[in-house]
Ligand binder design. Sequence first.
Ligand code: HDE
Length: 713
Amino acid sequence: MAHSPSQSDGGKPATKTQKIVDQEVTVGNGGEYHQTAGENDPVLTTAQGGPVSDDQNSLRIGSRGPTAMEDFHFREKIFHFDHERIPERVVHARGYGAHGYFETTKSLANYTRADIFQREGEKTPVFVRFSTVAGNKGSGDLARDVRGFAVKFYTKEGNWDLVGNNIPVFFIQDAIKFPDLIHAAKQEPDSDFPQAQTAHDNFWDFISLTPESMHMVMWAMSDRGIPRSFRFMEGFGVHTFRMVTEDGKSTFVKFLWKPKLGLQSVVWNEALKINGADPDFHRRDLWGAIKSGMLPEWELHLQLFDEEFAEKFEFDVLDPTKLIPEEDVPTICVGRLVLDRMPDNFFAETEQVAFMTQNVPPGIDFTNDPLLQGRNFSYLDTQVKRLGSTNFSQLPINAPKCPMHHFQQDGHMAFKNVQGRANYEPNSWDEGPRESPQHGFTSYNAHEEGEKCRVRSETFADHYSQARQFFISQTSTEQNHIVDALVFELSKVEKLAIRKRVVSHLLNIDKGLAKKVAANLGLENMPDPAPAAQKTRDDLKPSDALSILKNGPGSFKGRKLGVLVTDGIDGKMFKTLKETTEAAGGVVEVVAPTISGVKTSDGETISANHKIDGGPSVLFDAITVMGTPENSRALAVEATACDFLSDAFAHLKFIGYNDGAVPLLEAAGLKDSIKKDDGFFAISDASSAKTFIKACGDLRLWDREDKVHVRKK
Ligand code: HDE
C-alpha cells in the first residue's frame, strides 16, 4: 500500500490515549514507513484539528520539485517546533519534580492561623522540584553543587511555596550580590566553560573576596554537595520566617526537611564517573523509586523561637549565612511529605512550575532577612521572563487548587477571564469578589523605622565562627573529604594568588584544615590569615546534626545492590540474595556480559538490567559478583568487568562474592584484599547473604579510604 490517506473521522479531536504497541507498518513508494490509523485509532491532526493524510512527505511540485508554500501542515509543524524552547531558569535550570502530599501530624494552632497547620491528619497536595544550581538544563546530576528543594503546597488558602536548598545557609547576606555570585559560579563568559562546576578561577576569585560565603563554602565542599539522591538529602527553608496567630502573635520559625531514609552522599571520584555513566542518575532514582512504589518521604521539622531567644542568640537570626544549631533550638516534627506520583509531562509540570518565595498563606510571614526580601522581588519577575506571560499562574501546575476570584484580566494566553459585567471593585452591580478583613492575609504588625542607608548590620560581621563549628562537627572522614574537595577545586584554579587567598580564609576557620589544604596544594609558604572583622569564636560546640555520617540510615532500605553475574551460576543462591536484599527494602539490578542475561546451572535465565560496559559499579550502593571459575576467568579479559570491581573497592563499597568469582576479583587486583579487608563477604547461603546485606546498611567501609587514597597530613 503506497501513500494511502489516513482514515478521517471528520477532524474530531483524538480521545484515545496514545500508547506504544507493536504496530504493523507499511512501506511507501519512496521507502518511507507509514503507520495509518485503524478503525479505533485517534487520527493525527493539525493544531487546528484538521485531519492529516500524510505526515512523511511535504507538499511539493513533482516528486523532485520545490516545496509548496501552501503546505499549512508542514508550516505549522515546523513553526511550532522552532518555538519549543523557553528560556531555562537563570539558576536551578536542571531540575526534576514529583507530586505528592503533605500531612500535618501536629497542630500548630497556638503558633499560626495558617489553615494548613490547624488539623492533624489533614493532607495538602504538593509539587516538589529538586535541582542543581549552577549547571545548565542538560548538565549532569552529580555536579558538586547545592541542591534546590522547592515545595509548592496547594493549601486551602492559596499556594505556599517553600523554596529551599539542601544546605541551611547561603553564600551571601544581601540579595544585591546574587548576580555577582551566580555570574562567578557559572561558565566564564568568554569561553563558556566550565559548566556545572565551581572548580574554576572566577568562582574562587569571587568567593575569596567575599568572606561571608565561607560558612556555605564549607557545606558545599562537604559531601552535602554530592548527594546520593534526592531521597537521601535534607531540605532547609534557610531564612527565618514568622508564624502569626489570629490575634497577631508572632513566633520566629526555621523550616527543615528530614529524609526518612537517612542521609547519604557519594564519594567524589564516584560522582565524576556517575556523570559519565548516567548523567540522569538522580532523575532516574526518583522516577524508579516512585514508579516502583518506594515512596520517598521527609518529615517537616520546625525550629520555633521568640524575640527573647533571637536577642540572646550569638548571631543575628536575620543573617542567612548563619544557622541555629538544633542543640540550641531543638526541632519539632509537625508533618510528613510523601512523593507518590511522577508528572505526566515533564515540560508542562516540572519545567513550567513557577516557585515564588512571596507565595505565603495567611499566618506565615517574612522577616527582614535582606536575602529573603530580595528574593521576594526576584521570583515574580523571573517567571514572566521564563513563561512569557503574566498569566503563568493559570497554568494547571501553578494554579491554586482552592477557589480563586479576582479582577485581573486579559494579557497573553489568558484562558480564564472575568465573567459578567463587573471587572473592578468596589462596584454596585452586586457582582464579583470582595476583600475580607477576617480571612485575608495581614502582615505582621512589625514596627519599622530608621535612616535610609546602604550598610550591613554589625551583627552580620562574624564570617568564620559557624564555618568552624560546621567543620568541627564532622567526623574525621568527613573532614578529610572537605580537604579533598577544596584541594580538587583549587587545583583547577590557575592563579596562585587566588588559591592562597582561599587558604588565608581557611586559617580563620581551622588551622589544621588550612595546613592540610596548603600541603596538598603544594603551597610553599603559608599565607597570613585573611583580615577578619571579628575574631573566630572557638567556644561553639560541635553539633551532631551537621554531620551526614552521624545521621546515616543503618539499613539498606531504598538502596541498590548491583550483581555482576556470569553464565553457570547457582540460580537458587542468586534468588536467595535477591530475596534477602528485597526483604531489607533494597533493590537488585543485574549486570551481565550481554543484555540478554545469563543462564544458571539449572538452565534458567536471569535477565540483565545492564550490559557490563553500561552498568559500572558507581550506579550501585553495594555490589556482589557471582561466577563460575571458568566464566570468571573469561570475563577477566573484559576491562569494564575489572573496573566494576576495582572501582567498587576504591569507592569503599561492600563487596559480596561467591567462590567462583575469585578469579575475576584477582584479575581486578583485589587478591590480597579479599582476605584482609573487612568489606568483603563470601556468600554461600541464606545466612551469609543476610550478614552481607546487614553490613551494607553502613553503606561504606570508611576505614578503607586511607588504603586507596593518598593525602598529605
Ligand atoms: Fe533562588 N532563584 N534566589 N535561592 N532559588 C530562583 O527563580 C534568587 C536563593 C532557589 O525549582 C529563580 O524560578 C535571588 C536562596 C530554588 O523552580 C530566581 C536570590 C535559596 C530555586 C532566583 C536567591 C534559593 C531558585 C531562578 C538571592 C535557598 C529553584 C528561576 C537573594 C533558600 C526553584 C526561578 C525551582 C530559583 C532568585 C537565593 C533557592 C532568579 C535573587 C537563598 C530552590 O528568581
